[in-house]
Design a protein around this ligand. Structure first.
Ligand code: PXP
Length: 248
């Protein structure tokens, strides 16, 4: 059974939009774990646009209470590394980060020697400073990139599914994506590196991946929070209507 990681960044996006204390990130993490999530995923971005440093500490406590992993997605910035070392999550997923992007737009470019050697240092530092931490790298499903991951101290690769998911939503041919995912998975299996997937997935676009038995772990966030609006809006409006009706 593959693991389901629920990314709750966009609960924090809502909170940060108004600078209030609600919606509660801790409440969201607990609800996800009580209802079948195998882990909580959060991305501490350099600009702190959603998850805050204190959230990382709070969510680590929640996941520990449930005996489930926290998967911390992060770029290689010094201050974020220090927080990761302090919090010691079970998993760290290293991602590329550009401040101006709307979301993570693609995998790490391991073909760049600068990026590769920076990541080498980061992986070594994390492995040395956090006992038992597992590291994944967010990568495209391209063999020349995956090859270079073999020279880093990583336990898994998270394959970027963003372009696949967009093509799926637009009704385009997804067979090319599926075959590159299969090749990536076979390659990583042969090297004993776990193969995860994430970005842009929905309950529909995840289906062909689940059916092909492709990945060990899926991290899904934006769609989950978006869908939760529709599953919850009717109830909240009805309850508020009730408050008006009973008090006026
Ligand atoms: N995996 C990685 C590495 C990501 O950067 C993200 C987005 O933060 C996700 C998974 C979740 O993607 P989405 O929110 O589009 O489901």
């Amino acid at each position: 059974m593959p693991r389901l990681g629920i990314n709750i960044d966009h609960v924090a996006t809502l909170r940060q939009a108004r600078g209030e204390s609600y919606p509660s990130l801790v409440g969201a993490a607990e609800m996800a774990l009580e209802n079948g999530a195998d882990q909580i995923t959060i991305h501490l971005r350099e600009d702190r646009r959603h998850i805050q440093d204190t959230d990382v500490i709070a969510i680590a406590l929640v996941t520990r209470k449930f005996g489930k992993p926290l998967n911390l997605e992060m770029g290689a910035a010094e201050d974020i590394l220090n927080i990761a070392i302090e919090v010691a999550p079970s998993w760290i997923c290293l991602v590329p980060e550009k401040r101006e992007e709307l979301t993570t737009e693609g995998g790490l470019n391991l073909l760049s020697d600068d990026i590769f050697s920076k990541l080498q240092g980061v992986c070594n530092q994390l492995k040395e400073k956090i006992k038992g931490v597992k590291i994944s790298l967010f990568l495209e499903a391209r063999e020349e990139i995956l090859m270079r991951a073999l020279d880093l101290r990583v336990d898994a690769v998270e394959i970027h599914t963003g372009e696949y998911a967009t093509d799926f939503l637009n009704g385009e041919d997804i067979s090319g994506h599926l075959s590159s995912f299969q090749k990536a998975k076979a390659f990583l299996d042969s090297k004993n590196i776990a193969c995860h997937a994430g970005h842009g997935l929905t309950n529909k676009s995840v289906l062909p991946l689940l059916k092909s038995g492709g990945f060990e772990e899926y991290n899904i966030g934006h769609w989950v929070v978006s869908e939760a609006v529709f599953l919850g809006l009717a109830r909240v409006v009805k309850d508020l209507r009730g408050v008006f009706d009973e008090n006026c």
